[in-house]
Write a protein that binds this ligand. Structure first.
Ligand code: SF4
Length: 199
């Protein structure tokens, strides 16, 4: 490899030579480093997809536990706990899912495969460029997150949620805690009185 270019006669491996790729003006998604991607493997992310059913179960219990603490979050103030909870969420989900902190988590609908790792950030299924080996067309060394999402969803009790059409990403929610938002919404729903039925 010379100056980020493959040796003559040798194909460029995977996402190689990101710097020279960037010089050509090639698409580089915000917040996603091709350098970092080229260096790391996807072991933990793929483990999470393989264990999507277990994680679905854990997540459901975790969400319930978080909801139990709603009075505490409310007393301290959701705005005040946002920062420490976001810190924990970023690190836990970063480790398990390569979370990009979009702030509107859809993991339970995507087989525990984070769609924000798609270089095109597609939230409703793969593009038309998935390679024959199930890898991404933009980053050939990375398994397509949507191929993984479908595989993960097939293991889950509520895996058909993958068929639900997701809204576009609300960029104003980036770097905020999905955990707190889901909890606040669930608490609000629980506290809203049911509409009276007419006799
Ligand atoms: S969907 Fe959003 S919040 Fe969930 S893991 Fe991916 S980037 Fe993180």
């Amino acid at each position: 490899m010379v100056d980020g270019k493959p040796a003559p006669g040798k194909p460029a491996p995977g996402n190689a030579a990101p710097a020279s790729k960037a010089k050509t003006g090639a698409y580089t998604p915000a917040g996603v480093s091709p350098n970092r991607r080229a260096r790391r493997s996807y072991t933990i992310r793929l483990w999470s997809v393989r264990h999507s059913r277990l994680l679905e179960w854990v997540y459901a219990r975790f969400a319930n536990a978080f909801l139990v603490f709603h009075p505490l979050w409310k007393k301290i103030g959701y705005a005040r706990v946002e920062r420490p909870i976001t810190f924990v969420e970023r690190n836990v989900k970063g480790l398990l899912f390569d979370c990009r902190m979009c702030g509107q988590c859809v993991l339970s609908s995507t087989g525990m495969s984070c769609p924000m790792n798609c270089p095109k950030q597609l939230r409703n299924g793969p593009c038309g460029g998935v390679r024959a080996n199930g890898h991404c067309e933009v980053e050939p060394d990375m398994p397509c997150v949507w191929v993984q999402a479908w595989a993960g969803s097939r293991n889950m009790a509520h895996g058909d949620a993958i068929l639900t059409v997701q809204k576009p990403v609300n960029q104003s929610l980036r770097e905020t805690s999905s955990w707190l938002r889901v909890t606040a919404e669930a608490a609000a729903t629980r506290e809203t009185p049911a509409p009276e039925t007419k006799p």
